[in-house]
Write a protein that binds this ligand. Structure first.
Ligand code: ADP
Ligand code: MG
Length: 244
């Protein structure tokens, strides 16, 4: 069995005339953390959204685990179960308690019974340090706590891979650290993660591999010691000189 969990080849995506992804190849192996960096508008979110087919690619293939999501005959709902996604903007259900946010998809999608869903929800809230907020409403949480709840909600579905799209970009600076610590812990536990981020320190310390994207192509990829600490391509050098 292959240890490649995410395998993207020749991925292309256009919005009308605008070519946003121009042939992306990306492999994520089991247990790896891969960080995607690059300027705003370079196609990072679109790439992540194509990995779980929230956007439909115009060409290329996306395989996650055992499923080819770009196969027209695939059962997308089933294939997506192995993929957890965390967005910049938390996306908790505002009218549900934190606990109910964590149980609803487990019950509806995975058909877990109430007690089991609750037990798994509480275990995952503990994992992100939010046990005491189970009965709070999202509006009663700080941004960092909401984001950790969103991470716990994704984890409760037992994903094979977690996708993060700038999970700390909407947070006040003092709340960023808590979310990054949770992500570091997940990485240490062996979770496979694909992370779009502007947190270069996180990428440098946690990533096994870093991809630098610009204008819809992967300009440079490799270990952080190479791509972040010693970039070879002028576009990567220029980007890093602006963000570091
Ligand atoms: P990044 O996440 O790197 O900032 P995005 O993937 O969000 O970049 O966007 C890449 C380009 O695609 C941008 O020019 C953006 O305006 C465009 N784009 C993204 N989503 C859509 C959409 N749904 N419709 C039209 N254009 C889009
Ligand atoms: Mg984006």
């Amino acid at each position: 069995m292959s240890d490649v969990i995410v395998n993207v080849t020749g991925l292309r995506k256009a919005f009308g005339q605008l070519e946003v992804l121009k042939g992306i190849d990306l492999k994520v192996e089991r247990g790896q953390v891969v960080c995607i960096i690059g300027p705003s508008g370079s196609g990072k979110s679109t790439l992540l959204r194509c990995v779980n087919l929230l956007e439909e690619p115009n060409g290329g293939t996306v395989v996650v685990g055992e499923h080819e999501l770009t196969d027209p005959d695939v059962d997308l709902d089933f294939a997506r179960r192995g993929i957890g996604m965390v967005f910049q903007s938390f996306n908790l259900f505002a009218h549900l308690s934190v606990l109910d946010n964590l149980t609803i998809a487990q019950r509806k999608v995975l058909k877990r019974d109430k007690d089991e869903a609750k037990k798994i929800a509480l275990a995952n809230l503990e994992r992100v340090g939010l046990s005491e907020k189970a009965h709070a409403m999202p509006s009663q949480l700080s941004g960092g706590q909401q984001q950790r709840a969103a991470i716990a909600r994704a984890l409760a579905m037992d994903p094979e891979v977690m996708l993060f799209d700038e999970p700390t970009s909407a947070l006040d600076p003092e709340l960023v650290g808590d979310v990054l610590s949770v992500m570091r812990r997940l990485a240490d536990e062996g979770m496979t993660m694909l992370v779009v981020t502007h947190e270069m320190q996180f990428a440098r310390e946690v990533a096994d591999k870093v991809l630098f994207m610009d204008a819809g192509v992967v300009v440079e990829q490799g270990p952080p010691s190479q791509v972040i600490a010693d970039p070879q391509e002028p576009r990567t050098q220029e980007f890093l000189s602006r963000v570091l």
